[in-house]
Ligand binder design. Sequence first.
Ligand SMILES: C=C(O[C@H]1C=CC=C(C(=O)O)[C@@H]1O)C(=O)O
Length: 459
Amino acid sequence: MLSYNLLTLLEKCAKGACGGLEEKDPGLTRWTYSWQAQKPESVLQWLAGFKAADQFYFSGKSGGYEVAGLGQAMVISGNSEKNASATLSRLWAGHPQAMAFGGTAFAPDQKLSQEWTGFGPLRFTIPVVELRRNGSTMELAFNHFSNQDLTETEAKAALQDRLKELESSRSDSGRAEDTPVSREQIPSRKGWNSMILNALDKIKSGVINKVVLSRKMILTARSSWDAAPILARLAEVKDDSFVFFYKIAADKAFFGRTPERLLKLEGRSISVDAIAGTRPRGRDAGEDLEFEKELLDSPKEMEEHRIVSRYVEEQMDKIARDLQTGPRESILKLGALQHIFTQHCGELRNGHNVLDTLACFHPTPAVGGHPAREARSLILEWEPHRRGWYAGPIGWMTGEGAEFAVGIRSALADGNRLHVFAGAGIVEESDPDSEWLETEQKMQTITRASGLSSREGEC
Ligand SMILES: C=C(O[C@H]1C=CC=C(C(=O)O)[C@@H]1O)C(=O)O
């Protein structure tokens, strides 16, 4: 079915066999269609067939579900979470299943550096074409916004024009992949060491007890980076991670494969992960178990984790009831790393919407620190780069549910520059060299998928 032209798919929707025109309101006209796939249909492959800007992809843990958006029917941006929530609740009053994709910067109140131009502090896209796969159930929707009260026929004609544009961006020939001609580490190894030593001083003097410090590597290629093949390789690994992709211009996309769920909402049921404390995977089962034991027996790693878990529990208590924890302090095994993992669940109290719930948790001490305010201001003071959307919330929401991950193990493709990010939690026992190595291992999620061997990813 996904091999059909978009205009043909719209006709299938409009015929209304398994969907049709949703009740119209003055702003949005929306057609939907759903079917059972007889054989697996890859949402990611479908999306990769288009070269258009404005693409979004998100897959649930272990690839359990996939959602994608193509084209821009409406964008909600700016720095006001309240305005964004008001726009969304108007939209969802008529169309609760309409999906908004996007996220926010790590520090939405700070000016973004030039490479993040276009992303802004907060940005959500309601796509022209929306596709979801849950098991073998496929759901397709087309959205058209207008300020005027269009008839169905008028809205459909305007939508067909948009679909023709999207169809013309179809391309099945991927660009030849380039290898980087230069790489730059920000901060340098020396700068990293002194940043960690400063953090250890602040921890010893009791100003903070944890701060997560990050660094980035810029890989410059001869021509623009094409994120699509990197994304395809990220999606091949089926571990307990989310894969995300947000492309906002022809040569600008933020993407990654992150294990950390910031928030899942199903109706009023909410769950939030605490993930912190890291070791690599072993080369064989014996070594893997040794690393796991080392992780669980390390007071330093456990402290790093418990700071996150306690914070999530405290925040959860403010906005939810019937709190439950489990699994608690278990091990999350990923492709190349393992972490200590605790999950907190509950029932969201009335009066909270998705965006204010996100703001209640973000940044957790898995990417910020503790106490939150002090750690955040030290991050902004010490890190020589701006994080932009690295470590911010990224995901999707409808009027009925939402899922947001923490945008780590991620990169920004900006023209011929690929900015690869990683951070590490610094607590009293931290050592600058081990933390550098840990960030190196975290960056390998991206560098390996970019076709670089692990040594090439090192400096
Ligand atoms: C900040 C990152 O990881 C966080 C998530 C899990 C484990 C972490 C750690 O052990 O330091 C970090 O808190 C990153 O990957 O960039």
